[in-house]
Design a protein around this ligand. Structure first.
Ligand code: SF4
Length: 79
């Protein structure tokens, strides 16, 4: 289980979430930050820190943002 960073992060990259994460699982990509789903402990700390409300619990990701779940998986697969 994991949290997911969605479209509001793209080209925003405020990065407040990175410092909030207790397990350092938020990594910088070219256009957005990504949460490593294998490491995230679903504590929710990042969600409250995000100034653009880009972060959702995986089960709460809006339909139009669901592509970002797979985008994160691909980012870590290609690392
Ligand atoms: Fe890190 Fe917690 Fe956010 Fe997961 S939910 S990315 S562990 S701050």
């Amino acid at each position: 289980m994991s949290y997911v960073i969605t479209s509001a992060c793209v080209d925003e990259k405020a990065a407040d979430c990175v410092d909030a994460c207790p397990v350092d699982c938020i990594h910088e990509g070219e256009d957005q930050y990504y949460i490593d789903p294998d490491v995230c402990i679903a504590c929710g700390a990042c969600e409250t820190m995000c100034p653009v409300a880009a972060i959702y619990y995986i089960d709460d990701v809006p339909k139009e943002e669901e592509a970002y779940i797979e985008k994160a998986v691909q980012f870590f697969n290609n690392k």
